[in-house]
Design a protein around this ligand. Sequence first.
Ligand code: ATP
Ligand code: MG
Length: 569
Amino acid sequence: MKWSQTLIPTLKENPADAELISHKLMVRAGIIRKLSSGIYSLLPLGFKILQKIEKIIREEMEYAGASELLLPILSPSELWKESGRWDVYGKELIRIKDRQNREFALGPTHEEIITDLVRKEIKTYKKLPINLYQIQIKFRDEIRPRFGVMRAKEFMMKDGYSFDRDEANAERTYKKMYDGYYKIFSRLGLKFKAVEADTGAIGGSFSHEFMVLADSGEEVIVSCSKCEYAANLEKASGKNSDVTSKTGKTENLQKINTPNIKTVEELTKFLNCSAKNLVKTIICKADKEYIAALVRGDYEININKLKNILGCCELTMAQAEDIRKLTNAPIGFAGPVGFKNIKIIADESVKNMSNFITGSNEADTHLMNVNINRDFKIDLIGDIRLVKESDLCDLCGEKLVFTRGIEVGHVFKLGTKYSKALNATYLDEQGKDQIMVMGCYGIGVTRIIAASIEQQYDENGIIWPVSIAPYQILITPLNVKDDEIKTTADTIYNILSKEKFDILFDDRDETAGVKLKDADLIGIPLRITIGSKTLKEGKVELYVRKSKEVYKISKEEIVPKIKELISSI
Ligand code: ATP
Ligand code: MG
């Protein structure tokens, strides 16, 4: 492709609304343009990158036995009502009406639509398993679209769905997809980690997120410093490195004045004690019932774990007004002593504590020397806290470490959640109706473009891995008005085109400075620079974007050298 014939509108300045380096570089390199908040056009370079990513995904999905199809973006509300998600999906679901006032959603994910298709088309065990996927634009009205295509309202996703006869077969399919994802992200040239993710009500460890490792990532990855354990923060569990053990003697309960002292920080300062001597009481609304969750003062509640342990559909923090009604005290002074008709769920970090400090359910006072059983009863004990970096691995006892990542893929064993709701059944060998067992598998295709940049760039611009670079080679004649340079560049372009390399030819009549700056910015892995100085020696320069190595080579050496470099960088 000739640069002059395509659209690569590079910019010198960073866009004002960009925080992440990938967002800045994607705009400056002419890869994307914003149409509106969270809505972007992929320009020719961006579209080429997208196609390269999609090709790798398609190859690995076919290899893993999944077939591609294309489902409609507009999905009728009836299906969403059948699954129960029309009411619970919330504002992220973009809902529209047609001229007959029929409601539709713009697909944010396609469990309902695929399950409807499969229930109509597959009736017998003989046609199972089936694994179907698509690569398609998804719509989500994100509360805060940001970071360019990283969190957009409209983005490209690969979404796949599998249907099996039973749990055991579904687990085998899950493993196949997990392995396929490993291959995909490796081929994309990404440094990544598969981490355990929350499965909600389904349970087990059959959900993994694939995280691209990057300090700028929104997700916290919790991994063991020694063994293979890795999970996202929502899911991660760990042992306390400093479990409080019960001291022998229980002291007398005491009410103390703590004027206007509400937070753990204020209280520890005021009482000159450690947060480990405090118990926090968090009042939540679980579906329709209020509950109190207790956690040691130096921990935070993990809402997801709490939700799972309670088995409720919705869990929200109680509003200030409700807290006042329930405890007779303003926020910050709730405590378990004297609670009536409120279920108390305590974290494991609390169970061995004695003589601790809690709120007193009275403004400006706290209770000291609170003891479990003597002063209040716990209804349920479990792991409902967010792990901390100093906690120890559940598997091997070594320290847990926190790093950051960008979620680029998610594999999930769904079980029968959707097949049950939509009645996707098949007849087994005995002619008995059985419910299909499903899995779903997503990849954020456009997000991968940004994630790759977050991992590989320098002060001059993007550094693409060969596998997803929009072009493999950039030919840069430094002066197109110089006949010898131009003819050499044309010859090289023809030679390389015959070899079926993917080439961008910078035929623009621009200064050498502009061309070299743009070349670094758009990050093509190999560049052939043709200038009069090297031509005098009968050579051209072959530049490797990633290592900055320069090889002075003759025309004849170009093809073998490029072949050697492409397979090694
Ligand atoms: P996130 O936690 O980042 O919102 P999610 O759990 O909602 O992601 P899934 O429903 O599992 O995401 O979607 C599959 C993949 O689609 C994700 O792994 C992610 O890479 C990508 N993705 C999700 N939301 C967006 C978005 N708003 N913009 C771009 N990519 C997205
Ligand atoms: Mg999301």
